[in-house]
Design a protein around this ligand. Structure first.
Ligand code: SAM
Length: 432
């Protein structure tokens, strides 16, 4: 989501104020940090990053330095107090106002802070995206109203708000006209998507997916992130009715212990989660499931952690993300007694990650010699004569082929399993 937000901030600068992108900070007139505050490490990183570029201001007093994203949203003017050379501070919901904030700083000489939540205004004000590839992100909703006890997101990005149904479809049709074949719907909880048609009929994510699949040229649909609480039967059924939905779902579970899930205020039990996956696998056998995990949540005992390991053994998750619990100021869990010692968190994380890696490798190995559809996204990063793309279950595949296949879905046979990617042969070549 932050990658997408950064691209949108760049779009705003390029379209509205005629900036162009440079990769060299020393050459830049504007340097913006887009930040994340979901864990403490990410939050602290922004101040060390700012320290690293402070000298640019002494070399060029005209340079504009900005901080956006969730750290900006949480710290606001405090950033300017700690780093007075910062010129603009903006939140995830005010990134479209960045050009105006820069103009105001230039005309008044005063640093500008705008971390308000002007609802859906951002989408009306941002220029339409110009995709660079055959894949694109599309934000369908913003914010989070779940208030999990560990999480800072509702306070930094605001409550859930969905973009109007027709607006999303128009943007998607525009992306398709520009050559996009795979879209990833983005949001903190995409399955909380709720809108209505112009004729006042209610629509949810399942309906949005069905209508999107009918847009010519849109061959693949992904969505991230979804929440188990609202992963309902209608949405599960779209994996049966809509082949454009990929063979992959990312569904954060966080823990396999009902006691910990309750303390986290997640709103579901382990068996509810297991049933969602069972139903998904009934309508779409072989679908790969990725997840997020937190270890060392306050009060997590060895027996709770064991339950998480058991859940991993049962579901056999594919690519997942796992974190040590990081207390976030202002969230209820930060006040809970019984914080788990760092050494315990570290050892649990290691155990959990090696089990997750084993299952991920097993999934990769099971793909050896299989035939896969790969959407070719561009040239391979490592070898000149190769092209690179993704399978439906989101594995990167490199194979020999001409660059005119970029943007097309090719059938390949998987020949080699590497740790982060797969290698393959084009089927058509084998036939010849
Ligand atoms: N909305 C999704 C959900 O709640 O299911 C996830 C969004 S969150 C930005 C991404 C992941 O960061 C979470 O799934 C969780 O695993 C992790 N996370 C959030 N707060 C955390 C914290 N305080 N400490 C450690 N990890 C955290």
């Amino acid at each position: 989501m932050n990658v997408h937000d950064s691209e949108r901030a760049l779009d705003a600068l390029q379209e509205l104020d005629y900036f162009e992108k440079t990769d060299l900070p020393a050459k830049a007139d504007v340097v913006i940090f887009n930040t994340c505050s979901v864990r403490e490490k990410a939050q602290e990183k922004v101040f060390s990053d700012l320290g690293r570029i402070k000298h640019l201001k002494s070399n060029n007093p005209e340079i504009i330095i900005g901080v956006g994203g969730c750290v900006a949203s949480q710290e606001g003017a405090e950033i300017i107090r700690r780093a007075p050379f910062v010129d603009v501070v903006f939140g995830p919901q005010t990134l479209h106002r960045l050009p105006g904030l820069i103009r105001k700083k230039l005309s008044t000489g005063k640093s500008q802070v705008d971390i308000s939540f002007p609802e859906i205004e951002k989408f009306d004000k941002l220029p339409l995206p110009k995709p660079q590839k055959c894949t694109a992100f599309l934000s369908i909703m913003e914010g989070c109203s779940k208030y999990c006890s560990f999480c800072v997101v509702p306070y930094t990005r605001g409550e859930e708000i969905s973009r109007p149904f027709e607006e999303v479809l128009i943007e998607l049709a525009g992306l398709s006209r520009q050559g996009v074949r795979e879209v990833t719907f983005l949001g903190q909880n995409v399955n909380a998507y709720s809108s209505q048609t112009k004729t006042n009929e209610k629509v949810d994510l399942a309906t949005l997916v069905e209508f999107s699949a009918a847009i010519p040229g849109i061959d693949r649909i992904r969505f991230t992130t979804s929440h188990p609480k609202e992963f309902n039967a209608r949405l599960i059924n779209t994996f049966y009715t809509t082949p454009q939905l990929v063979d992959h779902v990312h569904l954060p579970v966080q823990s396999g212990s009902d006691r910990v899930l309750r303390l986290m205020k997640r709103g579901y039990t382990r068996s509810k989660y297991e049933n969602i996956i069972k139903d998904l696998r009934t309508v779409r056998p072989g679908i790969s499931v990725g997840s997020d995990f937190i270890v060392g949540f306050p009060g997590e005992r060895d027996s709770d952690f064991e339950e998480t390991l058991q859940l991993i053994e049962t579901i056999k998750f594919d690519t997942s993300f796992s974190f040590m619990y990081s207390p976030r100021p202002g969230t209820p869990a930060a006040e809970l007694p019984d914080q788990v010692p760092l050494a315990t968190k570290k050892s649990r994380l290691q155990t959990l990650q090696s089990l997750l890696n084993k299952h991920r490798e097993d999934t990769s190995q099971s793909m050896l010699n299989s035939v896969q559809d790969v959407l070719v996204e561009g040239p391979s990063l490592k070898r000149k004569d190769e092209i690179s793309g993704r399978t439906s279950n989101n594995r990167i595949v490199n194979f020999k082929g001409p660059s005119n296949l970029i943007g097309r879905i090719e059938k390949v046979r998987i020949t080699e399993i590497m740790s982060n990617s797969l290698r393959a042969n084009r089927l058509i070549q084998n036939a010849a």
